[in-house]
Design a binder for this molecule. Structure first.
Ligand code: SAM
Length: 242
């Protein structure tokens, strides 16, 4: 039974910065389902892209893996021989829970769980790299290096799947999309108070780039194809092919 996310309910004296700690890890499935519009589609299609683009005898990375949803989705779908999935997160509490899911998986491709900062991970011989809802938590000044490192570590025709919450440069569009997103969260059962408390908790830790900036940066790095394949409100997922 999935535990309900009630983190921002009740009597809270002070809103502190959001952390991927034990409290969050324990309710994370419910939090993702109710906070990320289209989450199950993003995870399923991550598996679909991996099925198509994984190359034999290469590494597949899930950076900021949390409970391992993307890694497990790719593990189910990849048929190419000799692939290994490396799932990285710097939250021990998330990885502890991810380990239960990985241990119970009946699929064969090995998943190595690594506790590390994604900015410190070596990316080598990679045909698929996934950054689902993680780059937004990496400090902005480290993002270009991180993406550069991924580009360098990808094989020819290797892919990056990048899913992010974004802001729009057009302010009124940005406001409309944000409002629709908050409506979605209310529709999913969060109160307006919970929504505003969480927004405050994320303010200093989740810094959004604009969609235009994401696309431009990936093109400048040299990716030959940079396509938005999914977009809802202020969430987008991009596939970039080397
Ligand atoms: C929103 S969750 C990602 C969700 C996950 N990719 C999925 O699709 O279910 C962000 C994750 O990134 C991790 N994270 C944030 N910054 C990180 C960093 N610098 N290095 C490693 N992990 C990081 C957090 O611990 C958290 O588990």
């Amino acid at each position: 039974m999935k535990k309900l996310d009630k983190i921002f309910t009740g009597d809270i004296k002070e809103i502190v910065d959001f952390k991927f700690d034990e409290k969050v890890a324990n309710v994370f499935e419910d939090m993702l389902r109710r906070s990320i519009p289209g989450y199950s589609t993003i995870i399923a299609v991550t598996g679909m892209f991996a099925e198509k683009f994984a190359q034999p005898e290469t590494n597949i990375y899930d950076l900021g893996c949390s409970l391992g949803a993307s890694a497990l989705s790719m593990q189910q779908k990849i048929k190419q021989p000799g692939c290994k999935i490396i799932a990285v997160d710097n939250s021990p509490q998330m990885l502890q829970r991810a380990k239960d899911f990985v241990d119970n998986s009946k699929f064969q491709i090995p998943i190595e769980l690594v506790e590390q900062d994604v900015t410190k991970v070596n990316i080598t011989n990679a045909s698929v790299v996934v950054l689902n809802l993680t780059l937004q938590f990496v400090s902005p000044e480290k993002r270009l290096n991180q993406l550069e490192k991924i580009y360098r570590g990808l094989t020819s025709k290797g892919i990056l799947i990048l899913t992010e919450k974004v802001k729009y440069s057009d302010e009124s569009l940005n406001e409309r999309q944000s409002e629709s997103y908050y409506d979605f969260k209310e529709f999913m059962g969060y109160s307006r108070l919970e929504i505003s408390r969480k927004r405050d908790a994320l303010e200093n830790v989740m810094i959004l780039d604009s969609l235009e900036y994401h696309l431009e940066r990936l093109k400048k790095l040299g990716f030959s194809r940079v396509d938005v394949w999914f977009q809802i409100f202020n969430f987008v997922s991009i596939i970039a092919v080397k």
